[in-house]
Design a protein around this ligand. Structure first.
Ligand code: GLN
Length: 492
């Protein structure tokens, strides 16, 4: 059993195709592992293979043609993706008991590629958070140290993959929610170009930023998942797919590539732990050893990313979350009249962080303040996108640490929302610009002040639709880093 769990997605798919391992044997190994979940990574797991194959649903009934590239691969699906007939909560008590009448396009495409829904992964409520402590169903624990956070908001997806409860997962990234938990759990996480993957059936947080992407043990597996889920979808008018699709990465060196290190997000960034900084610098040296050309660059407006993001994302969220009113979905708290029913349902159903964002967003959009907050934040967003465009005239990619710190202790930042928001310092500029970015594990480091050695993520960002080229570069770097899960290694 243990050896089945050690296989990467690419290896498992090859063995299933050759008949060496059966689909059900592989699925059962993971079903058992997921059933023993001690990380609170799952909110729901499939009882049997039929359920994982979405049997009895419209997606399950669709004719599949032959074997897909992900034949027999169980996937942990962040609970933000609607799955027909299967509980879907987005980590919120307000959606307790909700069973969607349809399946998200990303999940449907995984099914079409032969994958199976292993379970629905825990997450910060409506994807608002950086530590997975905002889930209405309890925090997720980091498999490297159960006293620490796995990162958020796709913390259940990341912990499941890092903890050997799932071979791969999908999550969503609005300001860093795939890359940051991937970094804190020592796995690969990628936010594709905005529009690469359909948002249909993905419960909306901030629609102009939200993007689905893979969380996997290595870069090749991330490419396999992205290959399956990307594509234009008639149900999402902002989806474009990636022209030519995603090709599997094969690069062994970085010769001919130029890489910029934006000083605002690296040498001049405040709050980066010394261990994280060391791993980052050594990884930059590895890029040079692999033949890449590295020089410092600038993204002058990137330091304002956090301020812009925490106006824009709550503004969009305040509109998107208006639909949870006790009438249409999940929880309803009966009260004297209709208005009171709305109020009571929302008061009881939403957690503190979600309420904070709704208030912030509603305020930023109010007529007297719209220009001062929302309008200005939009202009900052444009400036950040222009900074990246300028950098990409000269560089193929820019690189930064993914998260300023390694995994922190549960409860360490829950009383200080601003300290929590700073976790996203290096990850929010990319979704604001709509560009792709990937985090790969680059080594381990101790937290400032001492403690266990914990994984450190390294972020690579590229121009819109450079997703395949970025995966290719990440593969070469991954090979040189040689990170071993739970075994340290890497550039540290
Ligand atoms: N941590 C950020 C937030 O709380 C990003 C979340 C996300 O990407 N979904 O909004």
């Amino acid at each position: 059993m243990a050896d089945l769990i050690d296989l990467t997605v690419a290896e498992a798919a090859a063995r299933i195709r050759s008949g060496d391992v059966s689909r059900d044997e592989y699925f059962d190994a993971y079903r058992e592992a997921a059933a023993g979940d001690s990380l609170n990574a799952f909110l729901w797991t499939a009882e049997d293979a039929a359920q994982a194959d979405l049997e009895g649903t419209r997606t399950g009934r669709e004719q599949r043609h032959g074997e897909g590239p992900l034949e027999g691969i169980p996937v942990a699906v962040k609970d933000i993706f609607c799955t027909e007939g299967i509980p879907t909560t987005a980590g919120s008590r307000i959606l307790e008991g909700y069973r969607p009448p349809y399946t998200a396009t990303a999940v449907r495409k995984l099914h079409e590629a032969g994958a199976r829904v292993l379970g629905k992964a825990n997450m910060d409520e409506f994807a608002m958070g950086s530590s997975n402590e905002n889930s209405g169903y309890g925090p997720v624990l980091n498999p490297w140290d159960s006293g620490r956070v796995p990162g958020g908001s796709s913390g259940g997806s990341a912990a499941a993959v890092a903890g050997g409860l799932a071979p791969c997962a999908i999550g969503t990234d609005t300001g860093g929610s795939i890359r940051q938990p991937a970094a804190l759990c020592g796995i690969v996480g990628m936010k594709p170009t905005y529009g690469a993957v359909s948002r249909y059936g993905m419960i909306a947080f901030a629609s102009s930023l939200d993007q689905c992407g893979p969380l996997t043990r290595n870069v090749t597996d991330a490419a396999l998942i992205l290959q399956a889920v990307e594509g234009r979808d008639g149900c999402d008018s902002t989806s474009l797919g990636i022209e030519g699709g995603i090709s599997l990465p094969s690069r062994e060196d970085l010769t001919g590539l130029s890489v910029g290190v934006p000083k605002e997000l690296a040498s001049e960034a405040e709050g980066i732990e010394s261990g994280v900084r060391e791993v980052f610098e050594r990884t930059v040296e590895l890029i040079e050893e692999l033949g890449g050309e590295v020089s410092e660059t600038e993204l002058p407006h990137a330091p304002h990313g956090i301020s812009a993001y925490y106006v824009l994302a709550p503004a969009e969220a305040s509109a998107n979350l208006a639909r949870f009113d006790g009438v249409r979905y999940g929880l309803r708290v009966d009260a004297g009249d209709l208005t009171e029913m709305y109020e009571e349902t929302r008061a009881q159903g939403f957690g503190a962080e979600v309420k904070r964002r709704i208030m912030l967003g509603t305020y930023a959009l109010s007529s007297g303040y719209y220009e001062a907050y929302y309008g200005r934040a939009q202009r900052v967003r444009t400036k950040i996108a222009e900074d990246f465009s300028k950098a990409f005239e000269r560089f193929d990619f820019v690189v930064t640490p993914t998260s300023p710190t390694v995994a922190f202790k549960l409860g360490a930042k829950t009383d200080d929302p601003l300290a929590m928001y700073m976790n996203d310092y290096c990850t929010v500029p990319m979704p604001l610009a709509g560009i792709p970015a990937i985090s790969i594990p680059a080594g381990v480091a101790q937290p400032d002040g001492g403690g266990p050695e914990l994984p450190v993520g390294f972020q690579i960002a590229g121009p819109a639709f450079s997703d395949s080229a970025m995966l290719d570069a990440a593969l070469a770097l991954e090979g040189a880093i040689g990170f071993r899960r739970n075994g340290g290694g890497g550039a540290a």
